[in-house]
Design a protein around this ligand. Structure first.
Ligand code: C2E
Ligand code: MG
Ligand code: MG
Ligand code: MG
Length: 294
């Protein structure tokens, strides 16, 4: 009987595995067409000063809407895009499109002038010798000053191949763009790279930020990251700020910038522009009142 159950389990798992493999293959085939078919768009999520609540910039986040698969979140396709090498084309599209759209939005909404656009890079892009010319060309074609662009990398991106990362970062910094470390605290934290690389910002991972109000350890980690960042002359950003209470706690700890659903979700261009208008108009009134409160 145990043997039969074992066989059933094995059969069940192999059916499930087959289904997973074909779902993956289907997604890969769709992903291959996605750039050409214009299925990608960008959403923009605002980032604010923790102390004045002024708008400082936005992060461009990739959105994929496929006729068959529907809206697929980045967590479900970025990994696949990396494994298949498709990330190079997708990443190049993101850079070009983000700069172009940011410039266009700046022309519509003067409040965005001089603010910062952040773009996420994948490890495969950092390994690509085309990255620096791609960044340069995206900026030039959009007519965007390099100091307005921030590139977000993760810790593991830098430690995968530190020599190469160091060269690429030096070339990117020479263009005049800013570099931040995304999801800080979740990689295999070798602090060596903080000294080695010329960085501008740390983005505290949202798991610590979301946990900090009722978890003493998460709060201690947030506090330590802010202290470490400031000692190294880096600006510190908190992601995943969902409540007014969290925003206040982060400001009290000296965190510099806030990003999260409590202020604004990632939005398509028109919604983002409306959000910016509302935020700028009501800035004084709403100074310490994020949209969603605790
Ligand atoms: P990330 O760069 O750390 O981006 C922040 C993610 O947290 C976004 O998810 C955003 O929607 C979400 N988020 C922001 N505020 C809150 C909050 O208050 N609460 C919660 N629960 N979530 C919040 P999204 O857009 O699904 O992106 C997930 C990840 O996919 C990104 O994490 C980034 O690593 C990757 N990604 C997105 N766009 C791109 C891209 O253009 N290129 C590359 N290489 N990766 C991208
Ligand atoms: Mg990011
Ligand atoms: Mg992050
Ligand atoms: Mg990330």
């Amino acid at each position: 009987e145990a043997k039969a159950a074992g066989r059933d389990t094995a059969r069940y798992f192999s059916v499930e595995t087959d289904q997973r493999i074909s779902a993956r293959q289907a997604m890969e085939a769709q992903l291959r067409q996605a750039v050409a078919n214009g299925e990608f768009t960008l959403a923009f999520q605002p980032r604010l000063c923790a102390h004045t609540s002024r708008l400082l910039g936005a992060e461009a986040l990739l959105r994929w809407d496929n006729p068959v698969l529907g809206a697929v979140p980045p967590a479900e396709f970025i990994g696949l895009a990396e494994e298949t090498g498709l990330i190079q084309a997708i990443g190049a599209w993101v850079l070009q499109r983000a700069c172009q759209q940011w410039r266009a939005m700046t022309e519509i909404e003067p409040a965005l002038d001089g603010l910062h656009l952040s773009v996420n890079l994948s490890v495969a892009q950092l390994a690509d010798t085309l990255l620096v010319p791609q960044v340069q060309s995206a900026l030039t074609r959009a007519g965007l000053p390099p100091a307005c662009l921030e590139l977000e990398l993760t810790e593991s991106h830098l430690m995968d191949n530190p020599e190469q990362a160091q060269q690429q970062l030096a070339a990117l910094k020479a263009l005049g763009v800013l570099v931040s470390i995304d999801d800080f605290g979740t990689g295999y934290s070798s602090f060596a790279y903080l000294k080695r690389f010329d960085l501008d910002k740390l983005k505290i991972d949202q798991s610590f930020v979301r946990g900090m109000l009722d978890d003493e350890a998460a709060r201690a980690i947030v506090q330590a990251i802010i202290g470490l960042g400031h000692t190294l002359h880096l600006s510190v950003v908190a992601e995943g700020v969902e409540t007014l209470a969290a925003a206040h706690a982060l400001a009290a700890l000296g965190c510099d910038e806030l990003q999260g659903y409590g202020f604004g979700r990632p939005m398509a261009q028109d919604d983002f522009l409306r959000w910016v208008q509302g935020w700028s108009a009501g800035h004084e009134r709403r100074r310490h009142r994020p949209e969603a409160s605790a």
